[in-house]
Design a protein around this ligand. Structure first.
Ligand code: ATP
Ligand code: MN
Ligand code: MN
Length: 301
């Protein structure tokens, strides 16, 4: 005698009460990946993404018609994100306040995806301790023509130099061209100390090896070199969050990697939104145990 499926099993809990509309809309034309594919990626990856992103003010790269059409960078609420996306007033340079966005659960991430978000960028501090950064990023930006091997070598160099001053650091593929070297820090110092430290660290590298590194933004001075972008570390700046998708060809994602594993990886876009299962497995492996967390104070330079 047949048993109806309803009687065999209780209805599954919905993973999220955020409804994703236009699931079939292609937003990555080269990869033929849809808004539904992106939402499924984020729903799957949220448990390992949230420990890095939850409660940080975020900026979004939204591409409602897909990555090949108009995209925009959004820092403030436009009033339409719904209850899962939270607001936090932040003092601006002019003394006024603006509402910024943060999320603290998978529904928050998915509500942003529903609004056409592809990329999540985050501050180096958390809501509740906005003026006390807890995460420093050295964003390695290679000049066109440099090989990914050069970027990996630079990241490993920076790791060693940070270790020389007692700092543990972690590597992340940006999903674009570069690698980010991430330094978790105990909150305590202010933004000025945070920026000053990263600036002087980057400048010291470029002074020691001027043929390899440059610490100024000027494109002209970047020829054949790696720009050590320390400017992610000033108040109000953001960097791409771990496991964020990128609005780039083939739907790559930003991926935390172990230092040993990095040596064998061939590009900063080695994983895409199709790889949620593989990324979850990596995230649970010894390679990534404790990635992005370390109790350590900003030393004097
Ligand atoms: P790649 O490896 O390709 O360099 P990336 O994420 O490091 O990838 P960058 O161009 O080096 O990209 O970094 C730019 C940073 O500036 C981003 O991390 C983002 O937080 C910020 N950003 C990007 N677009 C804007 C924008 N329109 N306005 C302000 N900040 C932006
Ligand atoms: Mn970069
Ligand atoms: Mn940069």
């Amino acid at each position: 005698k047949e048993v109806t499926p309803e009687k065999q099993q209780p209805a599954p809990e919905p993973a999220s009460d955020v409804t994703i509309s236009s699931r079939d809309r292609v937003i990555f034309p080269e990869a033929k990946a849809t808004k539904g594919d992106l939402a499924d990626y984020y729903a799957a990856i949220a448990p390992v993404m949230l420990p890095h992103m939850a409660r940080r003010p975020i900026s979004l790269v939204r591409c409602p018609q897909g990555r090949a059409k108009k995209c925009f960078f959004q820092k403030h609420d436009s009033g339409s994100f719904g209850d899962h996306v939270h607001h936090i007033p932040i003092r601006e340079k002019d003394g006024g306040h603006e509402d910024y966005l943060y999320v603290d659960d998978a529904d928050g991430i998915l509500a942003c995806v529903q609004m056409g978000t592809i990329e999540f960028h985050g501050w180096g501090s958390h809501a509740g301790a906005l003026e006390k950064p807890d995460r420093m990023v050295f964003d390695l930006d290679p000049d066109e023509g440099l090989a990914f091997a050069d970027v990996k070598k630079a990241a490993a160099d920076i790791r060693r130099q940070l270790a020389d001053i007692g700092l543990v650091s972690f590597a992340m593929l940006s999903g674009g061209k570069g690698v980010h070297v991430v330094v978790p820090l105990d909150p305590g110092h202010d933004w000025d100390a945070h920026k000053d430290f990263s600036k002087r660290f980057a400048e010291a590298l470029s002074l020691a090896e001027p043929d390899r590194y440059v610490a100024t933004m000027s494109k002209a001075k970047r020829k054949g070199k790696i720009f050590i972008d320390y400017l992610r570390n000033q108040r109000g700046s953001t960097a791409i969050m771990p496991y964020s998708a990128r609005a780039r060809e083939n739907a790559p994602v930003a991926v935390p990697v172990g230092w040993d594993a990095l040596a064998d990886i061939e590009s900063a876009g080695a994983w895409t939104i199709r790889d949620a299962a593989a990324l979850l497995e990596r995230a649970g492996s010894a390679e990534l145990k404790g990635w992005g967390f370390a109790g350590q104070k900003l030393p004097a330079l």
